[in-house]
Design a binder for this molecule. Structure first.
Ligand code: PRX
Length: 678
């Protein structure tokens, strides 16, 4: 829930959160085979060994040239990692596995239609496809190191292939989540200045064949309005040779990948040796202003961090069949479907569709059929599967050794179903807390070394030193049940380099709040402000409460209230808008919008629907408001600030507290009646 200050979190959020939960030990069978069962790890990654401890992660990779300086702090907070090192991410995720694992599955792709054959892509085949597409990017699209390219792709194997092809040449990929609208994609193309768009003709979602190429046409138009001339649209075909979109191909602009790749079939291109600090990709995410920010991730540090955490936290071995049921359009997919697992030569499963298609047994059938033994998903998916098929997992013969949850707080009830029913009481669970900006996990238990606690992520992972500060920068000690802002005291290799094109915003958003001295070159003076409220228990486990800024999490997806409000304001009849996150049994939170209309305009159901449609056009279907309330006025402070917190309390049917100091206190009761009795 978006709250306004640390004080709001302590009063409102802790009250609705849960009590301390008992500790549960991981199964002995899990511990016996775990990658990390040596308690010494805590000492190796202790502060006295920082930053050199991260050599342990970097050594999991194959470097073209060793680095000279592990951490360069000469320009805080623009940290540099493994400086002087040369490395290629595509080589590390593909080529280096050929000698030993050539014919092992790298990716297993499960199409949504259950009667369509599953596709297995071996490391050898991945190598071929990545090389061919890389050559196409180089020779046909004219792209080279440092150029940006935008993908608007769903969960098809061509997405990781495209990413790895870019990584091979140092082209900076920018994948826009498939559920974002064409317009949102165009804005990201503009911000990143990319002139090539990669899409697909269509894909399956919830039993429907979705026309994706149609969206690409709108993206090109919208990008043009923003001053970006999209030179090429590369269209993968879901069924090569068969075009399923209604949109005509534009001569000289749109090209079928399966046709233009022909001259490059079977050919290879050498991986470009990248500086450790060269950017690998951009991942746009929402913040508290209306403009999404491009988290810029580096090559060497990022890859080292996701590889190390995939190995120790997710416990991935090459012989595991690992299924992360997230979308690659989010950071979770980049780090823990593609780069981390593939760097470890694992078999990474991708599923095209939605959890409940055609029924609530689908994920468990996939797990059984493929022999998945590590499962990773978000609380929203778990809640959804629990509601629709609480007894389904028992019907299928699969065995998970470990399971991960990510993206939002998980309530103990949901956690227990995950543990008892999905994991059949025989899987270790890791609750991993982190963010797009972080590259990889920040808090989690190491599964073989520490017990699990429902609803708590756990301590900082090795090499991460979290701390909770109050609004004045005073540490909130453990065991007091008091919430504050969780920060990370130190830099780590997975942290983003900067916000693409906006270094000032990077400093302002993440470091200005708790920086002790802006001229200091000592990393200890630059705690990273995560924007989440948290409580620390005596045992050192952090419980994450939710965002303290104007960011909301809808079904685990991150949206800015300002972005939503800007989208609502594209409706000409709307004078003012406030977007809030309302509690939702399944999706954690859902967006709800309150609007005041311009004088003389009458409220109507049609107008509410128009507003919802405008949000979908601007941002995409994931942002569709659950309700739009047209109200006479919005509650405001005397200085004119809209009181979103009051509106959120009304939506959640909670006490909205004392509103007597507002400029227009009477409106609150009017709105409450309208919402709660209307
Ligand atoms: O509020 C926290 C929540 O998700 C936010 C980050 O969202 P995003 O950048 O989209 O990345 C999601 C996947 C890493 C955080 O600020 N969050 C993430 N993981 C957890 C969580 N909240 C509670 N528990 C978690 N395990």
């Amino acid at each position: 829930m978006a709250a306004n200050s640390e004080a709001d979190i302590s009063e409102a959020q802790i009250a609705v959160h849960w009590k301390e939960e008992p500790l549960i030990d991981p199964p002995a069978s899990f511990i016996a085979q775990a990658n990390m069962k040596d308690k010494q790890i805590w000492d190796r990654f202790a502060e006295k060994n920082f930053p050199e401890c991260y050599k342990e992660y970097a050594d999991m990779l194959s470097w073209d040239q060793p680095w000279k300086t592990t951490l360069d702090t000469s320009k805080p907070p623009f940290w540099k990692w493994f400086v002087g090192g040369k490395i290629n991410a595509s080589y590390n995720c593909v080529d280096r596995h050929l000698a030993k694992y050539k014919n092992k599955a790298a990716l297993i792709w499960v199409p949504e239609p259950e009667d369509e054959a599953i596709q297995t892509i071996t490391y050898q085949e991945l190598y071929k496809r990545v090389n061919e597409f890389a050559l196409l990017l180089k020779e046909f699209a004219g792209l080279s190191k440092g150029d940006r390219i935008t993908f608007h792709l769903p969960m098809i194997p061509e997405l990781p292939i495209s990413m790895l092809a870019c990584a091979r040449l140092g082209i900076i990929h920018n994948q826009v989540f498939g559920g974002f609208s064409a317009k949102a994609c165009a804005e990201r193309m503009e911000d990143s200045k990319s002139h090539v768009l990669v899409t697909v003709d269509g894909y399956y979602r919830n039993g429907q064949l979705i026309d994706k190429k149609k969206e690409a046409d709108i993206t090109v138009e919208e990008a043009k309005k923003l001053g970006i001339d999209v030179k090429k649209v590369l269209v993968w075909r879901r069924h090569p040779g068969k075009y399923v979109s209604q949109s005509p191909m534009v001569e000289g602009r749109d090209f079928f990948v399966d046709e233009v790749v022909k001259p490059f079939r079977g050919k290879t291109v050498a991986p470009v040796s990248m500086d450790s600090e060269d950017p690998l990709f951009l991942m746009y995410t929402s913040g508290s202003t209306g403009r999404p920010k491009g988290a810029q991730h580096r090559t060497g540090g990022y890859l080292a961090y996701v590889t190390g955490t995939s190995k120790y936290v997710q416990d991935i071995h090459p012989e595991d069949v690992y299924w992360c049921f997230a979308d690659i359009g989010w950071i979770t997919g980049h780090s823990y479907i593609v780069y981390g697992p593939l760097a470890l030569a694992a078999t990474s499963v991708m599923y095209e569709g939605v959890p409940l298609y055609p029924d609530a047994g689908r994920p468990w059938r996939i797990a059984e059929r493929l022999g998945v033994n590590i499962f990773h998903t978000a609380p929203t998916t778990i809640r959804m599967l629990r509601k629709a098929g609480p007894d389904e997992p028992a019907k299928y013969n699969y065995h998970f050794k470990s399971m991960t949850t990510v993206g939002e707080p998980i309530e103990p009830e949901t956690w227990r179903w995950y543990y008892n029913t999905v994991g059949k009481k025989d899987a270790a669970i890791t609750d991993t807390w982190w963010q797009t900006e972080n590259g990889g996990f920040l808090c989690s238990t190491l599964p073989a070394l520490a017990p699990m606690k429902a609803g708590s992520a756990g301590p900082g992972v090795p090499g991460i030193y979290p701390i909770i500060y109050d609004e004045n920068g005073v540490e909130v000690p453990a065991g007091q049940g008091k919430a504050g802002n969780i920060c990370i005291r130190n830099p780590w290799p997975g942290i983003m380099q900067t916000i693409w094109g906006d270094p000032d915003r990077f400093v302002k958003v993440y470091y200005a709040k708790y920086n002790k001295n802006k001229d200091s070159k000592d990393w200890r003076d630059w705690p990273y402000f995560a924007g989440d409220g948290a409580v620390l228990a005596l045992d050192g486990y952090f419980r994450i409460l939710g965002r303290v800024d104007d960011v909301i999490k809808v079904a685990g997806h991150r949206l800015g209230t300002k972005e939503l409000e800007n989208a609502v304001l594209t409706t000409p009849q709307v004078a003012e808008a406030a977007a809030i996150a309302m509690l939702d049994e399944l999706r954690g939170h859902v967006p709800v919008v309150y609007v005041a209309l311009k004088p003389g305009i009458a409220p109507s159901k049609e107008l509410e629907e128009t507003i919802k449609a405008n949000v979908v056009t601007a941002l995409g279907p994931i942002a569709r408001p659950k309700s739009v309330y047209i109200v006479p006025d919005l509650p405001k402070t005397r200085s004119g600030k809209i009181m979103r917190r009051v509106l959120a309390s009304i939506s959640d049917r909670k006490d909205y507290g004392d509103v007597t100091t507002l400029a227009n206190p009477d409106i609150v009761e009017t709105i409450r009646k309208q919402v709660q009795t209307g």
